[in-house]
Design a protein around this ligand. Structure first.
Ligand code: CAA
Length: 257
């Protein structure tokens, strides 16, 4: 498929997807969603890919859902098409996905970054949920994922005032895993993705599944789920290889990558 709103490349076992609507600060429209869904499905099925980096431009990761596309919608069409449901394809991607964020990550842009497994931010990044200024509220998970990430006080502050927070505040609040100089953003995110892609892929996918489970179930259920996955790994060659390599003082050569 010829892509109009994304650029893609692969570096070894890492796929890099770059949002590419520079004239609209990467605003998220239906064409971009459709291309992103297709691209994630392809990389998800590609056994040569072990991790994905999602990034934008220096100026904007994404400045939100496309307001021009959204403005004329009416209630019935929004309800009937279950507007925004298509974005669940990002959070249900089973391979690890890192968001590399520089510049604006506002509204749907912040929500898209939060659908990824963790965020590495440039020191230029600005996060916010300004939907209230447009007469709506976040619709791609902002009130839910932001609250889980940064707690009620800061989520309320951001969603009710529509203000932006910089990278330093985002890291301090727990939204962002690491902040790096803007010039090092993509290299850092790619290196992290390469590291992940060097491990056993089923293990990385189980880590993702298990950490995500922590948001969904009570602690006792989450602990049981984690332990069952842990037990299941003793049926794999990668567990034997990983532990044998440690004992033999050599680098593990995982089979399931
Ligand atoms: N949708 C559509 N177009 C957008 C856009 C968006 N979310 N954000 C920016 N653009 C467009 C602008 O309209 C402008 O296009 P034109 O040149 O054709 O006028 C172009 O991108 C450049 O933008 P600006 O001239 O505004 O750039 P700036 O540097 O002066 O300001 C900004 C940058 C502060 C990010 C500003 O663009 C802005 O406030 N954007 C909107 C942010 C926003 O409200 N996002 C939330 C959207 S709603 C949402 O996401 C709902 C949800 O829950 C998912």
């Amino acid at each position: 498929m010829a892509l109009k709103t994304l650029k893609t490349e692969t570096r070894g076992r890492v796929a890099i997807i770059t949002l590419n609507r520079p004239d609209a600060l990467n605003a998220l429209n239906s064409e971009l969603l459709s291309e992103l869904r297709e691209t994630l499905a392809q990389y998800g099925a590609d056994e040569k890919i072990g991790a994905i980096v999602l990034t934008g431009s220096e100026k904007a990761f994404a400045a939100g859902a496309d307001i021009k596309e959204m403005q004329p919608k009416d209630y019935v069409s929004a309800y009937m098409e279950d507007f925004f449901e298509g974005w669940s394809a990002v959070s249900s991607t089973r391979k690890p996905v890192i968001a590399a964020v520089a510049g604006y990550a506002l509204g749907g842009g912040c929500e898209l970054a939060m659908m990824c497994d963790f965020i590495i931010a440039a020191d230029t990044a600005k996060f916010g949920q300004p939907e209230i200024t447009l007469g709506v509220l976040p619709g791609m998970g902002g009130t839910q994922r932001l609250t889980r990430a940064v707690g009620k006080a800061k989520a309320m502050d951001l969603c009710l005032t529509g203000r932006m927070m910089d990278a330093e505040e985002a890291e301090r609040s727990g939204l962002v895993a690491r902040v790096v100089p803007a010039a090092e953003l993509l290299a850092t995110a790619t290196k992290a993705a390469e590291k992940i892609a060097g491990f056993s892929l089923p293990v990385a996918m189980m880590v993702k599944e298990s950490v995500n489970r922590a948001d969904e179930v009570p602690l006792a259920e989450g602990l049981r789920f984690e332990r069952r996955l842990f037990h299941s790994l003793f049926a794999t060659e990668d567990q034997k290889e990983g532990m044998s390599a440690f004992i033999d003082k050599r680098k593990a050569q995982f089979k399931h990558r």
